[in-house]
Design a protein around this ligand. Structure first.
Ligand code: DAT
Ligand code: MG
Length: 151
């Protein structure tokens, strides 16, 4: 699909803290289209590939340990402007700096436990959806809500 997609992932702390429904609802309620969804135990090599741009950062080993420490919820969300909009819904990387009303602003306190990931560009959205979902794991469907969301 050529429509913009964002890879959104509820991190292991979000799953452990019982925030899966709450976080999915933020994106559902906004009006984006859910194209893929799974609970998944991430292997180390996939986590390293996903975060490869950060491999030289001092926190990289702890980041990989955290992301692989329990199941994550992988999602592909679609819609015009979904990447930038999802970043706004998620809020700043450091939850103490994230605005109230954002997921991190409402639900987290520390950068190393910031409950959710969102792609930072449309190109990375495509890259990450392809990285985390296999062929056949995404659904092609139309929501009955679409005419009530997009004129
Ligand atoms: P974001 O997740 O907002 O896109 P990022 O891509 O810069 O942020 O970093 C990816 C993740 O790495 C981030 O969600 C949490 C972790 N991280 C980033 N900066 C960190 C830091 N200074 N200390 C510890 N963890 C950090
Ligand atoms: Mg990032």
């Amino acid at each position: 699909s050529s429509v913009e997609q964002s890879y959104i992932m509820i991190k292991p702390d979000g799953v452990q803290r019982g925030l899966v429904g709450e976080i999915i609802s933020r994106f559902e309620n906004k009006g984006f289209l859910l194209k893929g969804l799974k609970l998944f135990q991430c292997p180390k090599d996939l986590a390293q590939e996903h975060y490869k741009d950060l491999k030289d950062k001092p926190f990289f080993p702890k980041l990989i340990e955290y992301i692989t420490s329990g199941p994550v919820v992988c999602m592909a969300w679609e819609g015009d402007g979904v990447v930038a909009s999802a970043r706004k819904l998620i809020g700043a990387t450091n939850p103490l700096q994230a605005e109230p009303g954002t997921i991190r602003g409402d639900l987290a306190v520390q950068t190393g436990r910031n409950v959710v990931h969102g792609s930072d560009s449309p190109d990375n959205g495509k890259r990450e959806v392809t990285l985390w979902f296999k062929e056949g794991e995404l659904c092609q469907w139309e929501s009955v809500q679409t005419p009530w969301l997009i004129e």
